[in-house]
Design a protein around this ligand. Structure first.
Ligand code: PLP
Length: 400
């Protein structure tokens, strides 16, 4: 018998639908040049310090045998992560609490495996779709109710302009809460005090927070936490995910990590121990070359070069935000995240605005409704394009 939960997933993946629409339009209008500010992929090549480390690692593999890598990651990488992102910032995370992976997407989907199929899941609305779809595939989300654009068994945490796109505590007690700050898609953040309230709440009700900090490198404001472990008590309620995709352009190279503190206990069982079992049995590890490249991100040169790339994308995001605001759009995000979240003009739905921009300005963005029902009437543009394309897209939108 098959897992019928897979059949409950509605339609195709958001970015596949966008890709199809753009392809159809390009085929019908081959003379038009399309500017894409939709998908969250990077546009700059890997920084020189990273490429150099990859070359060196490749040479080493020609002179010494590097067999199966450790499923939890090489110590040389876990050590620089622990020092660079945690202990060096006064945060209490040890090397053996870090699990290296091939990017945050897989773990954000697979972490559900260590929880009961009956666990009650809370997600923000709008949300990075992987948290929802992976829980739906595991049977935790119930049934998809098309009229509402929601799953029957999920707890939704609506994020509106009125609450600055920050979730509020739900009426019903969740077992697992997915939080992502800086946020994809809204670009919103929470202050350390706000995140502390979530940590206190999770500890009080016995919930686990899965904290996705994939966009940590984009934080520019001082009171925005870079890690959930800056909050007191997070070691007993939080798992943190990080990615090398957005801070170092590893979207095609693939590297990330998940932190599970050993103090995180539920049902009398260590979640660190459960995830160790999960990784021992399912994880192939990450290649030596890629882990060596990842370690180069933490060298002084690697840091400087990757920070320059982040600054480049953030400049684009700020340009988009400022230009759209000047044109009279209601915009948020783009300050601590490469995403700008704009209210569609008039009464346009997200997909109507998508078609309008594609057809009239030949600019591609992402419809907010693709991230959940509360994203309806919103639209996401990203700073991940080139500076030239960003300027060109804004020029065309201004002309509209
Ligand atoms: N988490 C969020 C919030 C993301 O937006 C993305 C990618 O867009 C990911 C995780 C996936 O990151 P990775 O490339 O490390 O798999």
């Amino acid at each position: 018998m098959i897992n019928k939960n897979y059949l409950k997933l509605p339609g195709s993946y958001l970015f596949a639908t966008i890709g199809r629409k753009v392809k159809e339009y390009s085929e019908a209008h081959p003379e038009k040049s399309i500017v894409r500010l939709g998908i969250g992929d990077v546009s700059l090549p890997l920084a020189p310090a990273i490429v150099e480390a990859m070359h060196k690692a490749a040479d080493e593999m020609g002179s010494t045998v590097k067999g199966y890598p450790d499923y939890e990651g090489y110590d040389f990488l876990r050590q620089v992560i622990a020092a660079g992102d945690y202990t060096g910032r006064g945060l209490d995370i040890s090397v053996d609490e870090i699990f290296v992976n091939d990017g945050a997407k897989c773990d954000s989907a697979d972490l559900g495996d260590i929880f009961s199929t009956d666990a009650k899941i809370a997600v923000c609305n709008p949300v990075y779709p992987v948290y929802v779809d992976s829980n739906a595939m595991a049977g935790r989300a119930g049934d998809y109710i098309a009229e509402k654009g929601q799953w029957s068994n999920l707890i939704y945490l609506p994020c509106y302009a009125s609450n600055n796109f920050a979730p509020e505590f739900p009426a019903e007690r969740p077992d697992v809460i997915y939080l992502c700050f800086p946020n994809n898609p809204t670009g919103a953040t929470v202050t350390k005090a706000q995140l502390q309230e979530w940590v206190d709440y999770a500890n009080k009700v016995g919930a686990v927070i899965i904290y996705d900090a994939a966009y940590e490198a984009y934080i520019t404001e001082a009171d925005v936490p870079r890690s959930i472990y800056e909050c007191e008590g997070a070691r007993t309620c939080a798992i943190e995910m990080r990615s090398f995709s957005k801070n170092a352009g590893f979207t095609g190279t693939r590297l990330g990590f998940t932190v599970i503190p050993k103090d995180l206990i539920r049902d009398g069982v260590s979640l660190h121990m459960l995830w160790t079992k999960h990784q021992e049995n399912t994880m192939n590890g990450v290649s030596y070359i890629v882990q060596a490249a990842g370690a180069a991100v933490y060298t002084p040169e690697g840091r400087r070069q990757t920070q320059e790339q982040v600054a480049y994308y953030m400049k684009n995001a700020q340009t988009i935000r400022t230009a759209l605001a000047d044109m009279g759009y209601t915009v948020s995000g783009g300050v601590n995240a490469p995403y700008v979240w704009l209210k569609t003009p008039g009464q346009m739905t997200s997909w109507e605005f998508f078609d309008y921009l594609l057809e009239k300005a030949n600019v591609v963005g992402t419809p907010g409704s693709g991230f959940g029902s509360c994203g309806e009437g919103y639209f996401r543009l990203t700073g991940f394009g080139s500076a030239e394309n960003t300027e060109e897209a804004l020029r065309r939108i201004r002309e509209l």
